[in-house]
Design a protein around this ligand. Sequence first.
Ligand code: G3P
Ligand code: CA
Length: 351
Amino acid sequence: MKPVRITGFLVSMMLVGCAMNVDDRVTPGDDRVAPERNKLVIAHRGASGYLPEHTLAAKAMAYAQGADFIEQDLVMSKDGHVVVLHDHYLDTVTNVRDVFPNRARTDGRYYVVDFTLAELHQLAVSERFTLSDGAKEAVFEQRFPLDRSSFRITTFAEEIELIQGLNQSTGGSVGIYPEIKSPAFHRGEGKDISAAVLKVLKSYGYAERQSSVFLQCFDADELLRIRGELLPALNMNLPLVQLLGTEPEYQAALTPEGMKAVASYADGIGPSMHLIVEPDSVANNLTTTNLVQLAHDLNLLVHPYTFRRDLLPAYVADYDELLEIFLNDIGVDGVFTDFPDLTVEFVESNL
Ligand code: G3P
Ligand code: CA
């Protein structure tokens, strides 16, 4: 993952001349986003607390549970298809070792970009696991069992068709929240993932600010390129979200100057929840940062990740308490969650 470089932001913005008027961007309260609920429930990799992440089953379940937006992490195949997987590796969510035992690179990893879509379709997808002495161990033991039933890798287009199909058949209006993964890695492999993702989005009608989509990325330079070059060239204009991690390279973005730079090209931020409440906080005596205030003062939406009932910070006793702190006390605009059902229930009971 390419680090965020704030000095790079400023120089790049001058070069591409893409600084935006804040009033042109999406602001909290726009009726485009979930008119009935102003706190967005974003299904993180689908209803991934219940079914293997990024499978169509997990996405359908998230839809049925009432998520406002459903997330897609995106990488590319050897033959240029955009597929929905969190990593540009295959070895922690599929049986690639069994099906293609000789296709690992010298680092022992199996790269999505080394496989055609037809080959990817031969793989079975499972719950995320680690390998311990050759044996698989589920990352989340209580979730869907490993190697049960039948799940496949899907393309971005297939997933959009599922969500748009459900919107038609149920009369719903669920949006999509795609993330461009590792643009620098893909460039090194001869692939322009951002251009490919935008092409799919446009072909399915996501081209305007009012479309039900947020496009997210950790790579600030890539978001600047999307805002300044790719979107105008395609006659598109989409809301962009700058993801922020806890790693040192994101620290500059957390300052007033850095956040101002983000606000010149993005409509929101997607920070780790630990950038808002210190993870070693103690119950009833939280250490919070000024990140949400800083972002809201610049009309940036704030959608932190990742809210999991089965991986709670030590400072809360249960999942509802975590939601109470972030959604009600601190006032974030939505959350990425593995448990859309619990989050929808909380939000609706707090309307
Ligand atoms: O995109 C928001 C959140 O999903 C970022 O973390 O690693 O789960 O993609 P990750
Ligand atoms: Ca993501």
